[in-house]
Design a protein around this ligand. Structure first.
Ligand SMILES: [Zn+2]
Ligand SMILES: [Zn+2]
Length: 771
């Protein structure tokens, strides 16, 4: 039926023989065909298929792709929050290929399983697409939802094959097993052809601006990216720039256009290229010695329109080669792309990029959702995207069939980005990171055991599906009066819906609703603990790349009111934290000190927020907040040093508190490299003398109730993690500490005290290094 690459055929073949399989390959490698083939085979054999994806937009794209295949007998339908009620009954009864998301599975399909009995009975294939998104607490919830799905299938006599598709991930088989609870074969070889990519690591220069404590501030990654984008477009290089927010996408596109206009009006005296300190590799098409052809197809675009334009060329066949440098104003060839575009707008954008009507595009990674713009000459990435996997995914947009391409990572002003641009070996020639999740977290497991019991009463045999901790968690659910234990099993006997107990996109607790003031529209929910940090009054809140300002956080009502806005600053909540050790689960020697992983109680209070200007990174102010302290039971990794190791340092005049505090900040900044989390998922405490350990102690803890697996990962890789932390501090060129090394924007103590040289000494002692 289809021509398949070998890796697609291998995955399809495994699934056909009843093996669960995860396909973990780069972008543009045709993953969808690899899972569509077994799923469509199930349908053609008279069975059904379930397709899961993290977002509605991806499901809509997938549905379009399926319909285009025109397979006889296929009745595919998306079933999500947008599906009209009148269509739902038809889908339940007749569809044989249902596309949905974990949220809908959790709240709709599983609790209402009886109405889907025909679908479950014939279910042969479950596709879990984009499964690298299921990490941390969200991933742990999805893992439990998939276990509930397996249990419901068993009830209806089916045992579907799971086919998972992921961006490249470390140890994909082990991850798939954690996610589904099933033995899973892995297909990782990417056999689709591609050219080579030249990778440049770009560090923006320090500016004359001064931030907190007089520290120097680097030029923001977005400003540097705009200049690079303009320079590449000027060379006729088709370039995509990835930025964090929709607002940043717009400002990068605007700045690039302004620069191009300036260059055109000032063509005789061309400006020097952007001011990064790491030289970029040669860029295809920018060599001034290239023969100069007339400019490419005329654009017919309104240079002021901003958005993508559909090409005027009625039949753009083969893309023309890179347009050579021209002295004409190229500002009309740069646009911004953001979420929410209609399908035809996206197709127009693809056409314009292919035809050369558009040469530069600044975008949030909303682009990941449905625009096919592989085949560019260059990709700019403003700030570390979080994982090597997503770095390669974004960089993989560059490079037309077999042709070489350029990718540039532009560093942001933080320790991790600084470390990476100075340590290319941390990026290249390394396996991509494993995806971290912890389905056994009792705060995640509990609500899903309730939901499962509400679906079908739980029996002893079911406990195996939910893992070794489920027995203990069930007992506490019975004690709390949530479940009843009878001789035949565990029952949900309450009136409420059990699924309301789990807020799968947050971290348990009662979520705060984020509501747009002018429209009354519910934008999403944030769990209560994160609410203090993310949607406090005055916060700049990003939602799907759009910027909002929080006008009020009402904790009593559980609502954060927001308004769309375009502030020229970002905000960082600052908290003060106390921590106590409940239990050390594991410990080992580390240099002269000790390393622990265990349970802690954290008391955290968000006390103020910092405003930082977007364009310059300048600190605009620190505004006080009045929020109650919160107690968090979570997991932490911590290290201690005995007095015998630290007193010589103190005698040498080193500020132990400042050194430990600096090491803590930098290590929080670096943990995401080892544990696949955001620095906002974790927190830290450092002290010269901790009451529970009686020693100098630095803690790093999971910022989610019950833990999320990040601190555990830090424990497992502590030596590498702390070595990298020390190198990050050492490689920053600042004198006494700055946001690129030891300052943290969320420090509740105003980054005081901090001792950069002391942190280097302290970590050297801990790691038994000379220094
Ligand atoms: Zn620094
Ligand atoms: Zn701090």
């Amino acid at each position: 039926m289809f021509g398949l690459w070998p890796h697609q055929a291998e995955a399809a073949g495994l699934a056909r023989h009843g093996r669960n399989v995860i396909i973990a390959t780069g972008t543009a490698s045709g993953k969808s065909l690899a899972y569509q083939v077994p799923a469509l085979n199930s349908v053609l054999d008279g069975g059904t298929a379930l397709y899961l994806t993290p977002t509605k937009a991806l499901a809509a794209d997938q549905l379009r792709a399926l319909e285009a295949l025109d397979v006889p007998g296929l009745r595919a339908a998306a079933y999500d929050g947008d599906t009209p009620y009148e269509e739902r009954a038809w889908i339940r009864r007749h569809a044989n290929y249902v596309l949905t998301n974990p949220d809908m599975l959790h709240r709709g399909l599983l609790p209402g399983h009886a109405r889907w009995s025909g679908f479950w009975r014939r279910l042969r294939t479950v596709v879990v697409d984009e499964c690298h998104g299921y990490r941390g607490v969200f991933g742990s919830h999805v893992a439990q939802i998939l276990r509930r799905l397996r249990r419901v299938c068993t009830r209806y006599g089916s045992s579907p094959v799971f086919v998972l598709a992921s961006a490249t991930a470390g140890d994909p088989g082990a991850f798939a097993m954690r996610l589904t609870g099933l033995e899973t074969a892995e297909v990782t070889t990417d056999t689709s052809p591609r050219g080579s990519i030249t990778f440049a690591l770009w560090e923006p220069p320090l500016t004359d601006l001064r931030g907190e404590g007089g520290a120097p501030v680097r030029r923001p990654a977005a400003a540097e990216t705009a200049d690079l984008l303009a320079d590449l477009v000027l060379g006729g290089t088709r370039t995509l720039a990835f930025v964090r927010s929709r607002r940043a996408a717009e400002s990068v596109a605007l700045s690039a256009r302004a620069r191009l206009s300036d260059l055109a009006s000032d063509a005789a005296s061309r400006r020097p290229p952007a001011s990064g300190t790491v030289p970029a590799a040669s860029v295809p098409g920018t060599d001034p010695a290239d023969p100069v052809d007339p400019p490419g197809p005329t654009s017919g675009t309104d240079p002021d329109a901003g958005g993508p334009t559909s090409g005027t060329d009625p039949d753009p066949v083969d893309p023309p080669g890179p347009t050579p440098p021209a002295l004409t104003d190229l500002s009309g060839k740069v646009a911004a792309y953001r979420a929410g575009y209609l399908a035809e707008e996206r197709r127009g954008l693809e056409r314009a990029l292919r035809s050369g009507d558009l040469l530069g595009l600044a975008t949030t990674n909303a682009l990941e959702l449905g625009v096919d713009v592989s085949g560019l000459d260059a990709v700019l990435i403003a700030g570390w995207p979080g994982t090597r996997a997503s770095l390669w995914q974004q960089a993989g947009r560059a490079g037309r069939a077999g042709q070489d391409a350029l990718a540039v990572l532009v560093a942001r002003d933080d320790p991790l980005d600084t470390y990476l641009v100075h340590h290319p070996q941390a990026l290249f020639g390394r396996p991509v990171e494993a995806i971290v999740l912890d389905p056994g977290n009792p705060y995640v497991l509990g609500p899903h055991l309730c939901a499962a019991a509400a679906e079908i009463p739980l029996t002893e045999e079911d406990l195996e599906i939910f893992g070794p901790t489920s027995k203990e968690v069930l007992a506490s659910l019975v004690d709390d009066g949530l479940l009843r234990h009878r001789p035949t099993g565990w029952f949900w006997t309450r009136r409420e819906r059990a699924t309301d107990l789990a807020d799968i996109r947050g971290s348990g607790g009662s979520p705060v609703q984020v509501v747009e003031l002018s429209t009354g529209c519910l934008l999403g929910t944030v769990d209560e603990s994160s609410a203090h940090t993310i949607v406090h009054t005055g916060a700049v809140y990003l939602h799907q790349g759009e910027t909002f300002l929080v006008t009020e956080l009402d904790l009593e009502a559980g609502v954060a009111l927001v308004e769309a806005g375009t502030p020229d600053y970002t905000t960082f909540a600052r908290d003060v934290t106390e921590i106590s050790v409940l239990e050390s689960f594991r410990s080992q020697a580390l240099g002269p000190g000790e390393l622990h992983f265990g349970a802690v109680e954290v008391t955290r209070q968000v006390v103020s927020y910092l405003k930082r200007r977007l364009q310059s990174g300048e600190i605009l102010g620190d505004e006080a907040l009045d929020l109650p302290p919160r107690t968090l039971h979570t997991r932490a990794v911590w290290w201690t040093l005995p007095a015998s190791a630290v007193s010589p340092l103190a005698e040498a005049g080193l500020d132990l508190g400042g050194a430990a505090h600096a090491a803590e900040h930098a290590s929080i900044g670096m943990l995401p490299l080892f544990a696949t989390c955001d620095r906002w998922d974790i927190g830290g405490v450092s002290t010269e003398l901790h009451a529970d350990t009686g020693l100098l102690t630095v803690f790093v803890y999971d910022g989610h109730e019950g833990g999320a697996g990040f601190a555990e990962r830090g424990f497992a890789r502590a030596f590498e993690w702390l070595t990298a932390t020390r190198e990050a501090i050492a490689s920053c060129e600042c004198e006494r500490g700055c946001p690129s090394c030891i300052q943290s924007p969320k420090c509740g103590n105003g980054n005081d005290p901090l001792d950069k040289a002391g942190a280097l000494r302290l970590l050297a002692v801990l790691l038994s290094m000379d220094g």
